[in-house]
Design a protein around this ligand. Structure first.
Ligand SMILES: *Cc1c(COP(=O)(O)O)cnc(C)c1O
Ligand code: SF4
Length: 336
């Protein structure tokens, strides 16, 4: 049984850290000693999709370096405001796959449940940057219907908590949801897609660890780490705690121009992931979302990178390069 821990009204420590996240482009530039010339563009782009970055993630960036691979993931740029042909607002067909508010049923045996639109950082390339989270999430009031739907469909063997970031739910809400899903007889695996252990390591607190201990052997946590610099000793320690519970840890990254589209960056990422107990799972070709065209890596370049990576890494450290095709029955592998 998953035990309930803190009372619901109590503000958890990680929530205070989250509240301190930087939202003002001018502050971000000042903290990183970057030139003011970046400010007008950053402000215009932040009007479309707000800036958000945690202190913890910021602390791993290099001051005075506008090309820092972590900064590039969160710094709004004026290029985001330019339209680009082929880049739309629902690039992966999520709206068509919605079974119930907040529940996507695209692939056989797996459903994806979005319970919150909140994230601790805003990644500029996010394919959900235009997603109508207000209507698109299963809040407390929709949850009963979602659970009934999953319980009634015995072809579903895995529930994926996504978002937004499911770890932005409080421990009470998250652990309650996991235990209710875990009680459904045909649910064999629970999966959490999250970036919080990386961008807000404070989130992995004792109450959460206690609550995850029971379902640990049925739990898969898929992290989202794009660059080795994201893993500092604090993050490594938190991942170690999840691993010690027996949780399977995987990583998905997005192939991003100027951030990780070179052999050294990808190789170092895989090696660093292994050193902290995480195996690479997917390397996603960027979803063609409006405002993210400058992150796109051409398919030929992506394939060449994978071929080079395969020469230098053991097979188990090679992520699968995939792309998501609207309406397809699985993510499409591009390199095999
Ligand atoms: C990516 C995704 C999944 C999970 O796919 P796997 O290949 O099992 O990782 C499930 N549902 C939706 C809607 C997805 O986008
Ligand atoms: S953490 Fe994930 S869902 Fe949240 S903004 Fe980044 S890519 Fe998007």
């Amino acid at each position: 049984m998953i035990t309930r821990t803190a009372p619901t009204w109590q503000i958890e420590n990680w929530q205070k850290a989250l509240a301190r996240a930087i939202r003002d482009p001018a502050e971000l530039l000042r903290r990183l000693e970057l030139p003011d010339t970046l400010l007008p563009g950053a402000q215009r782009a932040a009007d479309l999709f707000p800036l958000r970055v945690t202190e913890s993630f910021l602390s791993r960036m290099e001051k005075g370096n506008p090309a820092d691979p972590l900064l590039r993931q969160v710094l709004p740029l004026h290029t985001e405001t330019e339209a680009s042909p082929g880049f739309g607002i629902d690039p992966v067909g999520d709206l068509a796959a919605t079974a119930l508010p907040g529940l996507l049923h695209k692939y056989q045996g797996r459903v994806l449940l979005m319970t919150t639109g909140a994230c601790a950082i805003h990644c500029r390339y996010c394919f959900r940057r235009h997603y109508p989270y207000g209507e698109g999430c299963a809040g407390q009031s929709e949850l009963a219907a979602v659970l009934a739907h999953i319980a009634a469909d015995s072809t579903i063997s895995e529930v994926i908590l996504s978002g937004g970031d499911p770890l932005s739910l409080t421990n009470n809400r998250l652990l309650d949801l996991l235990s209710r899903l875990d009680r459904i007889p045909h649910i064999q695996r629970l999966r959490i897609h999250t970036r919080l252990p990386v961008v807000l390591p404070e989130r992995i607190d004792d109450n959460l660890l206690n609550g995850l201990a029971d379902p640990a052997d049925r739990l898969v946590v898929v992290l989202h780490i794009n660059h080795a610099n994201e893993i500092d000793p604090t993050v490594a320690a938190k991942l170690g705690e999840l691993r010690r519970l027996g949780i399977t840890l995987l990583n998905q990254a997005v192939l991003l121009s100027g951030i990780n589209d070179d052999l050294t960056a990808l190789k170092t990422l895989s090696e660093r992931l292994f050193s902290v107990g995480v195996l690479p799972y997917y390397l996603h070709q960027l979803d063609r979302v409006q405002g993210a065209h400058h992150f796109h890596v051409e398919k030929d370049a992506a394939m060449a990178l994978m071929a080079a990576l395969r020469r230098e890494l053991p097979g188990y450290l090679l992520p699968r390069l995939v792309e998501e095709i609207s309406g397809a029955d699985a993510k499409r592998p591009l390199f095999y």
